[in-house]
Design a protein around this ligand. Structure first.
Ligand code: NAP
Ligand code: G4F
Length: 331
């Protein structure tokens, strides 16, 4: 039985990846941080086979101890401060966790055993935010980076140091440059889930409107469940490499609102959406659209869930969830 270690196990991708790997007959270990982390119980109930270990991306000795204990065949580094807006307010913390955290993971793998004799495989969760003020469209593995947030800058560091450890120490270290991927498990702070959840509450009469920032930016949105398969496929290759993972389609926040409100049975979303400058960013990423032809050709990966189906899945989930919560509180 292969052993996989995942940081960021309590996040959206960690939960899908753990399920996927359990289904592939892996023994899966997830790194949980903090004292009595409230999400630990939830993910343990969701995936009883999952084994939780303690560690923090800001603490190298904890990461070495985890890797010594688990002796994984594959390490997936998904842990990060992943919310771009928070990275403007807490830039140093973001640099430490999202940037230096990658270096610490690579060091732990290198020190415990990631050499050619002990080929522990490593996946880094890189991001399309690295392209930032994009130099070309669509973006591919050779497109130059121009990050637009402390988060994007930290991801560029994490990406580059992963490439460096591959070249300097022969580590089997791959980097997935993933474009936005969403699901019913997406955090409520991200725009897609904020919209589907608020819309479900509007539909149920629990909320009047949604406050949003910039509606003009465009994102290449896919389904998280599809994207974790690409992570795994990268680590099954003989040679480590970098891959863009994306749908190749792009939609604005306005498009997302159009589709979500139509699915919920409204003709027009404008009466329900107000503008709030607090949700704008000092620098914005205007347009992301990925070219995943390398992943398609070399990994045999293509996305399965399309944009409208994704929006519908998220909305339907939130409607059922909010209805249950409302029922429970009135009971
Ligand atoms: P997420 O839901 O925000 O999850 C982030 C995870 O990181 C959580 O499990 C969190 O744990 C953990 N974490 C935060 N600080 C940590 C620390 N100091 N030590 C250990 N773990 C820590 O993010 P996601 O959407 O699943 O994304 C997974 C990864 O892919 C992230 O690195 C993200 O930047 C990257 N990425 C995401 C997307 C996307 O569209 N989703 C696209 C490209 C790249 P707690 O629960 O304890 O806070
Ligand atoms: O949903 P978002 O916060 O995601 P963003 O910034 O694109 O970052 C996500 O995708 C990256 C991959 O490209 C990941 F690396 C990163 O970890 C994260 O998962 O914002 C999307 C867009 C932005 O242009 C933002 O300005 O939506 C715009 N927006 C407008 N109003 C809003 C809001 N975003 C949020 N979160 N909340 C709003 O009210």
């Amino acid at each position: 039985m292969k052993r996989a270690l995942i940081t960021g196990i309590t996040g959206q991708d960690g939960r899908y990846l753990a399920e996927f790997l359990s289904g592939q007959d892996y023994q899966v270990f997830g790194v949980v941080r903090g004292q009595n982390n409230p999400k630990a119980q939830m993910i343990q109930e969701e995936n009883p086979a999952l084994e939780l270990v303690e560690g923090d991306l800001t603490d190298l000795s904890s990461l070495i101890a985890v890797i010594e204990q688990v002796q994984p065949d594959e390490v997936y580094n998904l842990g990060a401060i992943s919310f771009v807006q928070l990275s403007f307010r807490q830039p140093e913390l973001t640099a430490d966790i999202t940037g230096l955290g990658v270096l610490r993971m690579l060091e732990a793998v290198r020190i415990v055993g990631g050499s050619e004799n002990n080929p522990m495989r490593f996946y880094q969760a890189s991001s399309s935010e690295m392209f930032g003020k994009v130099r070309e469209t669509p973006q591919n593995e050779r497109t130059a980076f121009h990050p637009r947030s402390p988060y994007g800058v930290a991801k560029v560091f994490g990406h580059n140091v992963t490439v460096n450890y591959r070249e300097a120490y022969g580590l089997h270290a791959s980097s997935g440059i993933l474009f936005n991927h969403e699901s019913p498990r997406r955090g409520l702070e991200f725009v897609t889930r904020k919209i589907t959840n608020s819309l479900a509450r509007i539909k149920l009469g629990l909320q009047d409107s949604i406050s949003l920032g910039n509606l003009e930016s465009a994102r290449d949105w896919g389904f998280a469940g599809d994207y974790v398969e690409a992570m795994w496929k990268m680590l099954q290759q003989d040679t480590p490499d970098d891959y863009v993972v994306a749908t190749g389609e792009t939609h604005t926040i306005r498009d997302f609102l159009d589709v979500a409100f139509r699915i919920a049975g409204y003709d027009d979303w404008e009466p329900f959406v107000s503008h709030d400058t607090r949700f704008e960013r000092p620098t914005e990423v205007d347009l992301l659209m990925g070219d995943a032809s390398k992943a398609s050709k070399e990994l045999g990966w293509t996305p399965k869930v399309g944009f409208e189906e994704l929006v519908e899945r998220m909305y339907e989930h939130d409607l059922a969830w909010e209805r249950t919560k409302a029922g429970n509180s009135s009971a």
